[in-house]
Design a protein around this ligand. Structure first.
Ligand code: BV8
Ligand code: ZN
Length: 247
């Protein structure tokens, strides 16, 4: 089922980059952003929830929504795609895992040194002074979509805690972005899994790998057919495609 040229590119690869988006966690029950009907941005307005202006305007709305998302992640488990990626790292000379996801399912599947381009739901920090709280947050039982919830206060300065994610209009963490671009420019094969590739600058990662001559493999049931001879589309759910590809 997998093209022989692809299998051989994978077998001979010395540095593999795996670049993931929301689709890799879909089979764990975490909603994606842009899928029709189930995507978060189909049901919620990113301008009201995922920008610093939104938080300034209505911190309780934003905090409650992110607490609902954090609760959903805590209630879910890594799926066969996360597990296959963690396993692949043990079978290639070098692997760099770059994710746009704000969940921790790669880590819970056993992946190490995950580069999180868009931060994490699990590392809130102070909106005013940027310091992280000393105590881990408790997990409230949030209804679907969340409810208004006052953010906890910073123990250092009394400011409000904010989710530790990168909102629209905010810069990505510089060290993470540099490490991602460097790995993309050096790898010989990049697996892009479950991303629509529309959010920049993260979406540049697979472009950089392709432009540097790497084989690029997209795993996405809704992916666009690809033209290049070193670019492949596997139009299957990640939880089916990855265990099969990496077998
Ligand atoms: C910045 C918050 C510089 C965290 C997210 C043009 C117009 C307007 C704006 C811009 C523009 N060009 C660039 C921008 C800026 C903007 C941007 O890119 N906008 C786009 C949308 C147009 N970018 C930014 O603002 C970035 N910052 O540029 O800073 C700067 C700074 C200051 C001043 C000047 C400049 C910051 C971007 C960070 C945004 N944060 N979310 C959160 O709440 O989670 S974005 C959001 O999208 C997610 O975080 C996610 O990481 C990201 C990418 O989405 P995907 O992961 O790809 O998910 P999606 O749902 O789209 O796709 C899922 C795919 O999976 C689908 O294709 C589906 O078919 C597939 N799938 C489904 N099931 C499966 C599957 N695949 C496999 N298996 C399955 N089972
Ligand atoms: Zn503070």
């Amino acid at each position: 089922m997998m093209p022989a040229s692809l299998i051989s590119a994978l077998r001979s690869a010395r540095h593999v980059v795996v670049f993931t988006g929301a689709g890799v966690s879909a089979e764990s029950g975490i909603p994606t952003f842009r899928d029709a009907l189930t995507g978060l941005w189909e049901r919620f307005d990113p301008g009201e929830l995922a920008t610093p202006e939104a938080f300034r305007r209505d911190p309780a709305l934003v905090w409650g929504w992110y607490e609902w998302r954090r609760m959903r992640v805590l209630q879910s488990q890594p799926n066969p795609a996360h597990l296959a990626i963690a396993d692949l790292a043990r079978h290639v000379p070098q692997l760099t895992l770059i994710t746009q996801n704000v969940d921790d399912l790669h880590e819970r599947a056993g992946s190490e040194d995950v580069i999180h381009l868009h931060g994490s739901l699990h590392r809130p920090r102070c909106f005013a002074c940027a310091r992280e709280p000393a105590e881990p947050l408790s997990t409230p039982d949030e209804p679907e979509g969340g409810r208004r919830l006052e953010p906890p206060r910073c123990s250092h300065c009394g400011g409000r805690l904010r989710p530790g994610v990168v909102w629209f209009g905010e810069s990505l963490p510089v060290a993470a972005l540099n490490a991602a671009f460097q790995a993309a420019g050096e790898c010989d094969l990049l697996l892009s899994v479950g991303t629509s590739g529309v959010v920049y600058p993260a979406a540049e990662v697979p472009h950089r790998a392709r432009d540097a001559g790497a084989t690029v493999v997209h795993v996405n049931p809704q992916g666009e057919p690809t033209a290049g001879n070193r670019e492949y589309l596997i139009a299957l759910p990640a939880g089916e495609a990855l265990p099969e590809l990496l077998r």
